[in-house]
Design a binder for this molecule. Sequence first.
Ligand code: NAD
Ligand code: UDX
Length: 460
Amino acid sequence: MKVTMIGAGYVGLTTGACLADLGYQVRVYDVDKGRIADLRRSQLPIYEPGLDELVTRNVGRGRLSFHDTIDPAVQHVDMVFVTVGTPSLADGGVDLSHVETVARDIARSLAPDTVVVIKSTVEAGTARHITKLIATVRGDDDIKVAANPEFLREGSAIDDFFTADRIVCGADDERSASHLERLYEPLTRRRIPYVKTSTVDAELTKCAANAFLALKIGFINEVADLCESTGGDVLAIAEAIGLDRRIGREFLNAGPGFGGSCFPKDTRSFAATARRLGVAQRLIETLIEANESRKRSLATRILTHLGADSRGKTVAILGTAFKANTDDMREAAALTIVPILQAAGVHIRAHDPKAGDRARPLLPGIVWCDTPFEAAEMADALVVLTEWADYARLDLGRLAKSMRGRMVFDFRNLFDPKAVADAGLSYAGLGRGSPAVSVSGRSAMRGGTANRAEKAAAPV
Ligand code: NAD
Ligand code: UDX
């Protein structure tokens, strides 16, 4: 089968390379000619573990090619996947302009039996809307549009493709349905469940899945807040409730609020679509506000620690990407927290192993450092915002020596509080008993009883 991906971003490039690895002939087109030129020189525009090798291997085997002109890219292929961005509109709804542009651009070049598949995350009814748009441009109704939402996560995208929990394919006609079934046959043969639905159900499945996962994170973040007032440990609670198979342990890690290119945008569009249709989604509306205010309140927590004279103090930020194993900065917590600290006159020194280049233009006025130790130099407090595995293995004693102050705000619960205390530092995780535990034993706890984190941080 011959397949074209329109959009060489996280989704288009990764799924394109994975489909090529399954043996298909895959063309990847992007409107960004520089991106295509880079890809032809084997320079990837994104960091995704394993993608480099996958692309090189499949280009080498002649199964993966990159294109900067649209007509030849979509001619003589069986399927065209639309994987362009669908950002938020001002009211939170989905901006479909890139998808519509693609539809208009390809409409006349498509052979009548080509199946167009929307992989971008869109609101319910988009595949049907795009079917009509293409029909209007062509003057016939030969082209059918299917919906095949993508569930991959950045940082584990390749694994997510080859060992997906399920593949969801929505089609309103037989040809699209059978093309999709054939395409994914190498994966369904490996027993990956295949869900065959209408286009609307596939589109809604994606929105509902992301909304539900985001709710899980929002919930555990609130449990973490409760732990801080009661002396509980959110890690213990997440383990215990996660053992209930109806709940599950995944996506129960407290953090600085979910970010990335999907959850914030997709929860907003879920709510906006529902609002427009008069079907209020109160849980999601509340979640969106809670998630944004969490980022702001964590910034306030840092400022409260720095005290009235925070102006001129220095904070070291470890990790700016929205999560580990990606260079993606979209809606990263750092983009809210760092400017609030800067507005209060705090100097920021930052390190991220992969996202520095993308973060630099988004976070001006920062001293970027090559190592976490360099970032920690003379810092009054250190804040972990991204859970890079390398940070968990840091020499805390060396970190302590670099710093001027003692406080470590671990907004990813990455460190063992006792190890931090042993290094002579004060530890404040999320939901680990107390918002601030002093190494000297003078607890900065706001209410609550002695707890594991506090005991761990007590002088030895
Ligand atoms: P991205 O921004 O990384 O890539 C989009 C690409 O599309 C860019 O390279 C851009 O130049 C290109 N593009 C824009 N307009 C174009 C046009 N008219 N013709 C050709 N190319 C065009 O976006 P992404 O993260 O890959 O996301 C794509 C879609 O997939 C979005 O709807 C997103 O919500 C969804 N999604 C993303 C992820 C993820 O983890 N990133 C996961 C699942 C679903
Ligand atoms: C998400 C969805 O998981 C994926 O199915 C979809 O296709 C794209 O959107 P992604 O944005 O790559 O994937 O990252 P994900 O691992 O889901 O994390 C999203 C955000 O939630 C990150 O900011 C992450 O740090 C945060 N998160 C995740 C938590 O705070 N706690 C968790 O337990 C899990």
